[in-house]
Design a protein around this ligand. Structure first.
Ligand SMILES: Cc1cc2nc3c(=O)[nH]c(=O)nc-3n(C[C@H](O)[C@H](O)[C@H](O)COP(=O)(O)OP(=O)(O)OC[C@H]3O[C@@H](n4cnc5c(N)ncnc54)[C@H](O)[C@@H]3O)c2cc1C
Length: 392
């Protein structure tokens, strides 16, 4: 297999996986990260079955499951009436994948795991505190400028997140829109499963305000919950982050008054955007640098990891078909990630009572019919998109 010089920009979970995958395929890899350490703010945790398949190929799955929580089911609730609408069970995917479940592992654990694995490989280098500032390319190589001097490579993979410098340097449009409301993540030790009888992944629809509840292991593996809420469109950030507003939100998701303390708050803007191109010359975009979406359904990071894996394998071919990456990955992101996350958001926030009931009925019908149940999960888990990518 040809040994190529590959630079990966950004040691988030996608960059770290892209770099490890390229290194395991024998390439000479350098991972450049602007920050001194991996960002450990609470973001993605839901890891879908096809992503677990990739982590198994990379030799990370044992550790990944050990520091996360295995979740076989997820539930839809009507929040105002506190009524369970439908439960979906990944056991329906047995036979389709060796991993008929998701694993809730915080994304910084994955990035650190992949970086540690690279530390044992002579052909891989990780340079933290190296911010990329510019890119230029010729037919035969790419040059990257950093605040520690220049680097050259055969190929560059830009995994530097939603505000990607790589994408901006390539002058590629980030097409799409930003939602008017923001999402608030409240991390708490309150045990929602014990209090509400819910599972570890829950979507609670509400016409004024919805809530998603997820359990994660935490760095201490003692378990904690993330409650995600929409803000009002006209709600100032300071108000959403105020103690009174946070406690009021927790009360609306049935947390008793003496249990409304919390560990962490995260308020963020939500976008649906896809880069117009996923490649220019010898430079590729991967993960959030290529696309961003609302997190409902846990798809964005998963899709980024599938791209990283796909690209590492593509660049290992004798004469790589560079166009294949964008040709395959861009439509898959639009169809499986953008469209599904927008539909997931609409399902939660529907205001019209008749349409809400119709959406709930549809969920009940799908959950109650084994074939439809499986079909829904094939899409929702990105297994269908992964199988399509493999066949294209
Ligand atoms: C609250 C929340 C919950 C989410 N939940 C889920 C979920 O359950 N499932 C899911 O699939 N997705 C989820 N997402 C989305 C997920 O977090 C992102 O898709 C993911 O972080 C993308 O990873 P990435 O590696 O592409 O980018 P990032 O994680 O943004 O990493 C980019 C890295 O590049 C570095 N960088 C930036 N500029 C430079 C530069 N110039 N030079 C060098 N390095 C640079 C940054 O410091 C950073 O380390 C969620 C997002 C949020 C906000």
């Amino acid at each position: 297999m040809p040994r190529r010089k590959i630079l990966v920009v950004g040691a988030g979970p996608v960059g770290a996986v892209a770099a490890l995958a390229c290194a395991r395929l024998g390439h000479e890899v350098t991972l450049l990260e602007a920050q001194p350490k991996v960002d450990d703010s609470p973001r993605a945790s839901t890891t879908q079955p096809p992503t677990l398949e990739i982590l198994a190929e990379l030799g990370l799955i044992g550790e990944y499951e050990r520091v996360g929580l295995v979740a076989r089911t997820f539930q839809f609730w009507d929040r105002p009436t506190r009524q369970l609408i439908a439960e979906f069970d990944f056991e329906h995917l047995r036979g389709e994948t060796p991993f008929p479940y998701v694993v809730q592992t915080e994304q910084h654990k994955l990035a650190n795991m992949a970086i540690n694995a690279m530390g044992r490989m002579p052909n891989a280098k990780v340079l933290m505190g190296h911010g990329v500032t510019g890119i230029s390319q010729k037919d035969s190589e790419v040059k990257i400028e950093t605040d520690h001097g220049p680097f050259t490579a055969d190929y560059v993979i830009g995994c530097d997140g939603g505000r990607s410098i790589v994408r901006k340097q390539l002058d590629i449009d980030f097409e799409g829109y930003t939602w008017p409301e923001r999402f608030l993540v409240v991390t708490t030790k309150f045990d929602f499963a014990a209090a509400l009888g819910c599972c570890t992944r829950n979507y609670m629809a509400g016409p004024e305000e919805w809530t998603n509840l997820f359990k994660v292991a935490g760095d201490d593996l003692k378990g904690r919950w993330r409650a995600v809420f929409n803000t009002r469109e006209d709600e100032p950030d300071e108000e959403a982050l105020s103690d009174a507003a946070v406690r009021a939100r927790l009360s609306r998701v049935f947390v008793p008054e003496d249990k409304r303390s919390y560990l962490h708050l995260n308020l963020y803007k939500v976008h649906q955007r896809v880069a117009k191109q996923f490649r220019k010359g010898r430079v590729f975009l991967c993960g959030d640098a290529a696309h961003v979406n609302n997190p409902i359904g846990g798809l964005g990071l998963n899709c980024g990891i599938h791209e990283a894996w796909d690209l590492a394998n593509l660049l290992s071919g004798e004469k790589p078909d560079l166009d294949a990456y964008e040709r395959r990955r861009r439509p898959l992101n639009i169809e499986y990630v953008q469209e599904q996350t927008v539909a997931n958001k609409k399902r939660l926030e529907e205001r019209d009572p008749a349409k809400r009931e119709a959406r709930f009925d549809e969920l009940r019908r799908m959950a109650g019919d084994s074939a439809k149940h499986k079909q829904f999960l094939m899409r929702a888990s990105l297994l269908e998109s992964s199988r399509r990518a493999a066949g294209s």
